[in-house]
Structure formats: structure tokens, C-alpha cells
Design a protein around this ligand. Structure first.
Ligand code: FE2
Ligand code: FE2
Length: 223
């Protein structure tokens, strides 16, 4: 593993992906995505590092459940891009300090479909279990109470179930316009509480096992 080049250069062993199995186009796409998400995050301070945290935490979960390197890489890309649909929404709604009204909430709930539509021409992202599916389904819940379709359990693609946990963790530990961040331990407890309702319980078990490594890595990004 030591001599392999890492797609995700923030990570050290043992989370090194097998770059030989990636095409150079995947590596280039990843670099472009990272540059663009950084630009976006410079506009909205509340999203700072969110894309990176979701991408890396999702990637680590995917590796730990033994998914092939290529699948892990695509989960990482989808982690970076999961909220791309929000870019088309009015900023005043995204950073609104108080609760959203019904119409604003409906707009927010449209972002998975908007992101899916925006990126649907990208051939690399198409297909079953691909990046587009993960974007479209990342707000579905294990108990069927999510959106946009109310899919339940394993009807939700595995990659989307992984991103859902990483997204929730990142959202909780990062400051939001309407609330202070939770501590890492508080966020962990919330994730555990969501096992079997919001989240796939098997994946919550994996998250608990890698929690310490994740927090060690993410500490510098949320302070
Ligand atoms: Fe990345
Ligand atoms: Fe989202």
C-alpha cells in the first residue's frame, strides 16, 4: 500500500485508495471538483469544509465495509458534490438564521433533484450506484421518512446511505447560521440515536468503529 499514490491526498495509511484502478480522468475530475467546491465555500462560510468532511468520512466508511477501490472513489466524488443543487437556490434561504417557512422548505427539499439534473449529462456519473444516484438519494432515510421519494431501507443505494451519515455528522459539528455546532461526542450520540430510523444501522456500527480516527482528522477543519 505504501507506494500507491492516493486519490485523497489528505489521508495517510491505512486509507489509501488503489489509484491504479482509477483512470486518470477520475483523478482529474476529482481535482477539478475540489477546486470548485473550495471556491463555493469561500462565498458561504457556513459550508466551509463541509464538502471535504462529507467526502472523506464517506470514503472511510466505504473502505471499512470493503467496497472496491473504484466504488470508494466514486462515493468520495459524490460526497464532494452531494449538495451541488443548493447552488441554484437563493442564498438568503440557505443562510436564513430562523426556521424556514413551508415554501422555503419545499425549495430546500428540491436540491437533490436539482443536483441530479444539473450533473445528469456527465457520463462518468451515470448508471446504477453512480454519483448521480447518490446525489439524488442522499436525503432519503432508512425508515422511509426522507425525501425526495421516501425510499426505505435497502431501496436506498448504499452510497447514498453512507453519504447520509457523513452529511449529518458534518452538519452537526459545523456552525450553522441558526445554531452553534455540536461537539464531536454529541454528534456521535445523535448518529447512534438515528440507527434504524434515519440511518442504516449497519453503517452506524461502522461509523462508531471509525469515530476516533474521523474526529482526529476532522478536528482541524471545524475549529
Ligand atoms: Fe476529495
Ligand atoms: Fe443535502
Amino acid at each position: 500500500m505504501r507506494n500507491r499514490v492516493c486519490l485523497i491526498n489528505v489521508l495517510n495509511e491505512p486509507w489509501i485508495c488503489e489509484i491504479q484502478k482509477c483512470t486518470s480522468i477520475v483523478v482529474t475530475v476529482h481535482q477539478v471538483i475540489e477546486v470548485f467546491t473550495k471556491l463555493i465555500e469561500n462565498i458561504d462560510k457556513y459550508t466551509k469544509n463541509h464538502s471535504e468532511i462529507v467526502a472523506v468520512v464517506s470514503y472511510i466508511i466505504a473502505l471499512r465495509i470493503g467496497l472496491p477501490a473504484k466504488a470508494c472513489d466514486f462515493i468520495h466524488l459524490a460526497g464532494h458534490l452531494h449538495d451541488v443543487g443548493k447552488l441554484t437556490l437563493p442564498k438568503k434561504i440557505l443562510i436564513k438564521p430562523g426556521p424556514l417557512d413551508k415554501q422555503e422548505w419545499e425549495l430546500i427539499k428540491s436540491h437533490p433533484k436539482i443536483g441530479f439534473d444539473l450533473l445528469s449529462p456527465v457520463k462518468l456519473f451515470q448508471g446504477q450506484g453512480g454519483v448521480l444516484e447518490m446525489i439524488l438519494y442522499h436525503h432519503e432515510r432508512w425508515d422511509g421518512k426522507g425525501y425526495p421519494f421516501g425510499l426505505k431501507g435497502e431501496e436506498i443505494p448504499l452510497g447514498a446511505r453512507i453519504i447520509s451519515i457523513a452529511d449529518a455528522f458534518s452538519a452537526m459539528v459545523c456552525e450553522r447560521p441558526y445554531r452553534k455546532p455540536l461537539s464531536f461526542d454529541e454528534a456521535l450520540e445523535e448518529i447512534k440515536k438515528g440507527a434504524g430510523t434515519q440511518f442504516d444501522p449497519m453503517l452506524v456500527g461502522i461509523f462508531v468503529n471509525i469515530y476516533e480516527e474521523i474526529t482526529n482528522w476532522a478536528m482541524g477543519l471545524v475549529s
